[in-house]
Design a protein around this ligand. Structure first.
Ligand code: HEC
Length: 127
């Protein structure tokens, strides 16, 4: 194969790898310890924050029995759902996306941590 083609295919692979990078749920469980002060994802129980069990695919601010801030309720208006993209943006900077949220967590700075914690949260859906 000519060198040029080798390089192009290497680039494409790398790009595809990044675009479809799947987080590592085990590493995500470690990252989740940062959330664990306020959330559980293994039980349908509210703590300082709402249970995050099965949060991926759940409409914003709808976990039963949890008293959300007005900011979070407003944000969820119109049936917004926590899909992976929305959650990734939120976790980067919760207060930037939901101004006035009572989740006092500065955010996760590393994209890899965000991907991993999302992978972990996906595993909690059926438990
Ligand atoms: C200091 C406590 C605290 C920490 C740490 C924390 N959260 Fe929260 N979280 C909250 C509170 C409080 C709310 C409710 C926000 C509101 O009503 O404005 C919330 C809400 C959420 C929601 C919205 C849930 C829903 O039902 O709409 C998600 C998703 C979330 N947190 C994810 C996380 C993740 C993932 C982490 C760790 C990376 C984390 N949180 C860390 C306190 C925290």
């Amino acid at each position: 194969m000519p060198l040029r083609l080798v390089l192009i295919s290497a680039c494409l692979c790398l790009w595809a790898g990044l675009a479809h990078a799947d987080g590592d749920a085990e590493a995500g469980a470690q990252v989740f310890k940062k959330c664990g002060a306020c959330h559980t994802a293994s039980e349908p129980v509210n703590r300082v924050g709402p249970s995050l069990m099965g949060v991926i695919g759940r409409p914003v601010a709808t976990f039963a029995g949890y008293s959300y801030s007005g900011a979070m309720k407003d944000f969820g208006e119109g049936g917004k759902v926590w899909d992976e993209d929305l959650l990734a943006e939120y976790l980067l900077s919760p207060k930037a996306m939901v101004t006035g949220t009572k989740m006092s967590f500065p955010g996760l700075k590393k994209p890899q941590d965000i991907e991993n914690v999302i992978a972990y949260l996906k595993t909690t859906a059926t438990k």
